[in-house]
Design a protein around this ligand. Structure first.
Ligand code: SAH
Length: 473
């Protein structure tokens, strides 16, 4: 970085501009936005300068600048449009130690004027050290489009409110107040009711910040549901909207994450099967560390946090750290999958009990009470069962389950790429391979999709084949 962008205080300062023609005029327009007094030198001043001088907007000296004129000047712009005259000014400036900008002459200049996005008192300076003026203009256009024209007003309101904000408890409550104000509350209030409304909005936020202080460093362990953002609870939605930090698992869908507050920090702690993973201890430590900063932390888990969510380990870590937490239940994959297949999980006369099983845990395939599961009418929702499907099939058949036992596999329940595969225990692995099930899936033992059930009654002997055309594999 050859040039350092700094902000120069120009209150009560004088800037000299030499040359009183077109080049000087464009610099004058920019510099007249500052609080500096402008002094323009040139023997044949353009009419515009005469007018500006008559309006008292600048001082016009109708002769070339001399060494003496540089006394007490903060900056000088050599802007005559004439290379020799500009070079004379540069050497005068050097001799008197006044910083000089020679227009369009990078090497002769002590400083450059960056492209500026002006939302006074907020300014953005864009410089490319003369390398790519077009790029600077592009960036300026992008920033101009991003920043509300009213940003400056908001900043001034914020400045006036600063003493009140200083009375608030410090740390994250105050930070949250400002980030909410600038992100959405302030611009909206300003649009609707001008500056007074923006002020009132700040007062409301400050009152909320006072009461939030009692919630310091709270963790919400929140169920994100199976993927469809409409299957979030209202509470989960609200908490996402209020979160400072969202720590989320791999299966939490992008659409759900979209609902987090714009300024919230999103931290993925996904455990990819077979890929790089976060260790549970590290996740626990992260949640505790974030909560200790006073942040409102949402620990977002797919489905329901209490179903294969390693919830207890996180609760234990929070208890050990003395951090308050709450649990927000979510729609677990089994109920979402049941809804997708239009079957009820229990049904009078069919099954009065439903087991929740996992095919897999940290030690590999999991053993269960296979004998009980092999009995006619046994019903189970099996999580993490895709890789274990062949193992489950073998164990159940070995313990006497009928190969005709219905099974139903729901992959990516509630998501646009959801698939439903109807099978029997006898052909489970073939059907899953044929369907290419690879995503997260629930295997229902003892349940068939509703349409499969109807079809079985009329279309024996090969329900799965007969159903292919009906949208269920
Ligand atoms: N807490 C989650 C379960 C996490 S364990 C819940 O309550 O749903 C991860 C397993 O959940 C996956 O292997 C899969 O069996 C199941 N799962 C999660 N999301 C799913 C989805 N959208 N469709 C089908 N199964 C899903």
């Amino acid at each position: 970085m050859r040039h350092l962008p700094i902000s120069l205080d120009l209150r009560d300062k004088v800037i000299a501009i030499t040359g009183a023609g077109a080049v000087a005029l464009s610099k004058t327009r920019l510099l007249s936005k500052t609080e500096a007094a402008l002094c323009v030198y040139g023997s044949e001043p353009a009419a515009e300068f005469v007018r500006l001088a008559s309006e008292g907007r600048l001082r016009l000296v109708p002769r070339p600048l001399t060494a003496h004129d540089l006394m007490g000047k903060a900056l000088v712009y050599a802007a005559s449009g004439d290379a020799a005259e500009d070079a004379r000014i540069v050497s005068l400036a050097r001799a008197s130690g006044v910083l000089c900008n020679a227009v369009d002459n990078l090497d002769a200049s002590d400083f450059l004027t960056p492209a500026i996005v002006d939302r006074d008192p907020v300014t953005v300076a864009i410089g490319t050290e003369g390398c790519a003026p077009v790029l600077a203009r592009q960036i300026k256009a992008e920033v101009e489009a991003r920043l509300s024209p009213n940003l400056g007003i908001l900043a001034r309101v914020a400045e006036r409110f600063r003493p009140q904000a200083a009375a608030l408890p410090g740390g994250s409550a105050r930070r949250r107040l400002w980030s909410r104000f600038f992100a959405d509350v302030g611009p909206r209030a300003l649009d609707n009711g001008g500056e007074p409304a923006a002020w009132r909005a700040l007062e409301t936020l400050a009152a909320a910040a006072q009461s939030e202080e009692s919630k310091a460093g709270h963790v919400h362990l929140v169920g994100a549901g199976p993927g469809d953002p409409e299957l979030l609870t209202l509470k989960a939605r609200r908490l996402l909207h209020e979160a400072d930090v969202v720590i989320y698992d791999r299966l939490v869908s992008a659409q759900v994450l979209e609902l987090a507050r714009r300024e919230a920090r999103l931290i993925s702690v996904g455990k990819t099967p077979g890929g790089p993973s976060w260790k549970q201890d590290d996740i626990n430590a992260l949640i505790v560390a974030e909560a200790r900063t006073g942040a409102q932390v949402v620990r977002l888990k797919s489905g329901d946090p209490g179903v294969y969510g390693r919830l207890d380990e996180e609760m234990d870590a929070l208890d050990a750290a003395g951090i308050a937490f709450s649990i927000v239940p979510g729609i677990t994959a089994a109920t979402a999958a049941a809804a997708s297949t239009k079957v009820s999980l229990t049904r009078r006369g069919r099954n009065t009990a439903l087991r929740i099983l996992t095919g897999h845990d940290v030690n590999g395939f999991v053993e269960h009470d296979w004998r009980a599961l092999a009995l006619p009418g046994a019903t189970a929702a099996i999580y993490m069962g895709v890789a274990a499907a062949k193992f489950l099939q073998g164990r159940l058949l070995m313990h006497g389950a009928s190969p005709a036992t219905p099974l139903c596999v729901v992959e990516n329940a509630s998501a646009p790429n959801q698939t439903i595969t109807a099978a029997t225990l006898g052909d489970l692995s073939e059907q899953m391979t044929a369907a290419g099930v690879s995503g997260p899936a629930i295997l229902f033992l003892g349940l068939a999709p509703r349409r499969a059930l109807a079809a079985v009654a009329t279309l024996s002997p090969s329900p799965t084949t007969a159903l292919a055309a009906g949208g269920i594999r």
